[in-house]
Design a protein. Sequence first.
Length: 170
Amino acid sequence: MGVLTLSVSTLNIDPMSQTLRDELRQDKPVNSLCEEAALSVLRTEALVVERLDRVLAPHGLSMPQYNVLRILRGAGRGGLCRNEVRDRLISRMPDVSRLLDRMESAGLVYRVRSTEDRRLVNTTLTPKGRMLVDVLDEEVVAAHETLLGHLSNEQLQTLIDLLSLARAAP
């Protein structure tokens, strides 16, 4: 992976825009650029989660439940076992079994034990779960557009690339 060199002018960012320190009403400067970058990522994540929670809450869904619905839709009719669902979640959860229990009770997923290997339990979407995740697509896209639609495609790709590089740290 190549090194990405960026400047304020490269990103087309107004250098006079509100800083994180101003947004958080912090008087003291942060200790380092690394700390400011980490805080900025966390603040941005909080805003994204808050916006998506407003979309999901009226449907009785949490972010992890919505993530499971999307994962299972992508898996198709074959579904996935619990560990595969766990490994694909955006935010890691210690007890995916309980999450799937609640979703099964809500009629959003089916779980079927394998006849060949009784240890394997496959999870798939119910028609209700599929309909719900499909209905939410438009609202979730609108929430993403509200949060990030003011950025150009080039800026969005740069953001994606930078976050990917940050996640690749040892």
